[in-house]
Design a protein around this ligand. Structure first.
Ligand code: SAH
Ligand code: SF4
Length: 370
């Protein structure tokens, strides 16, 4: 192979504006070019330097020599009968992650992954059984959004025709265990001269990494969703084991203090409905009591089964009753309509398809991966 092709080119995707500027200055360019290059990458979605006509040929040549604009590679795409769209993506080091687009009446949310697998082991979650875990880089997180926009041909951004109107950090992984990269990625996605998705259209879901919740509100200001799933510590310890470290009381305290939460912008509490485990009338009443002084809304998630799991989903009747008890107490508690079940794209079902056939295995760290 020629030396030329062996050279690893730095990926421009995932760099902050400051980093991009430093690169340009480093190759002898003026700082104002940053804005133009940023616009090409994130507004136009252009990956071919030759087509960045406003940059001038010598600069384009220089960029081509040193940099790449690299998105994750699509390994497989699946379209559900209900139009849910799933991408299995491969990172440069051969790891796999999934993103899911959930369209609804001409708009929709992209469910983005923050890690390969997850270090946490919530007992009802398929991702939590995956052995291989690593943090995704900002490039790989932004890359998911860019791949999805490519599929729906949403470049250059056109506010009215956008279908990908929202992002939910609810894919694989615990986003607050990878806060720095998630933050960097979301800042890029929110930048008004690029993809320009407002923080009001972004929701981050956490299993309850209490020390990071405040920073998430202060530094990102995105909507917060909490995977609560139980109203007692003894049960939550089993369902969402991070509860042993940060019990319900501390978690709710962090929610009360969440910057930006108010009645117009409520915190979502996700509650998975598990038959005979957490779905009694007493549980519903306790849930309403726990949340009474928090600007909250509840999202009841019918449990999505995956091969080998022992839990069952609560009956429709039970879920309805649970929702009514909450409604009577002034809490909005819609039941989430399961989407993409036929392609294993529903909540908590995401897991690398080829994980089981990996030739190597890596021990799962007990702590957040660095
Ligand atoms: N790690 C983060 C975000 C990803 S999971 C978190 O836990 O919040 C997104 C949501 O799906 C969480 O509320 C999670 O608890 C829920 N979930 C996981 N497995 C599920 C399953 N099998 N059925 C329904 N919801 C599930
Ligand atoms: Fe990780 Fe969230 Fe799944 Fe728990 S529910 S194992 S935190 S992805």
């Amino acid at each position: 192979m020629m030396a030329e092709t062996m050279k690893v080119k730095k990926n421009l995707i995932g760099m902050s504006r400051e980093e991009l500027e430093a690169e340009l200055v480093g190759i002898g360019e003026k700082a104002f070019r940053t804005k133009q290059l940023w616009h090409w990458i994130y507004h136009q979605g252009e990956t071919d330097f030759d087509k960045m006509t406003s940059l001038g040929k010598p600069l384009r040549e220089k960029l081509k020599e040193t940099y790449s604009i690299l998105k994750p590679e699509i390994v497989m795409e699946q379209l559900s009968e209900d139009s849910t769209h799933k991408w299995l993506l491969k990172t440069q080091d051969g790891n796999e992650v999934e993103s899911v687009f959930i369209p609804e009446d001409g708009r929709g949310a992209l469910c983005v992954s923050s890690q390969v697998g997850c270090t946490l082991t919530c007992s009802f979650c398929h991702t939590g059984t995956q052995k291989l875990v690593r943090n995704l880089t900002a490039a790989e997180i932004v890359g998911q959004m860019m791949v999805a926009r490519d599929s729906y041909n949403e470049w250059p951004s056109n506010g009215h025709d956008r279908q990908l109107t929202n992002i939910v950090m609810m894919g694989m992984g615990e986003p607050l265990y990878n806060f720095e990269e998630v933050k960097k990625a979301l800042k890029i996605i929110m930048d008004e001269e690029g993809i320009s998705l407002s923080k009001r259209r972004i929701t981050l879901s956490t299993s309850g990494v209490v020390p990071m919740i405040e920073r998430c509100g202060e530094e990102l200001g995105v909507g917060l969703a909490i995977s609560l799933h139980a109203v007692r510590d003894d049960l939550r310890d089993v369902l969402v084991p991070i509860n042993k470290k940060y019990p319900i009381k501390e978690l709710l305290e962090a929610c009360r203090k969440y910057p930006g939460a108010n009645n117009a912008r409520r915190i979502t509490f996700e509650y998975v409905m598990l038959d005979g485990i957490n779905d009694s009338a007493a549980d519903a009443k306790e849930l309403a009591r726990l949340l009474k002084d928090i600007p909250a809304k509840i999202n009841l998630i019918p449990f999505n089964k995956w091969p080998g799991v022992e839990y069952e989903c609560s009956s429709h009747h039970t879920i309805k009753q649970f929702s009514e008890i909450l409604n009577e107490r002034g809490l909005s508690a819609p039941i989430r309509v399961p989407r993409g079940r036929d392609i294993m794209a529903a909540c908590g079902q995401l897991k690398s398809a080829s994980e089981g056939i990996r030739k190597f295995s890596q021990k799962k760290p007990e702590q957040p991966v660095a």
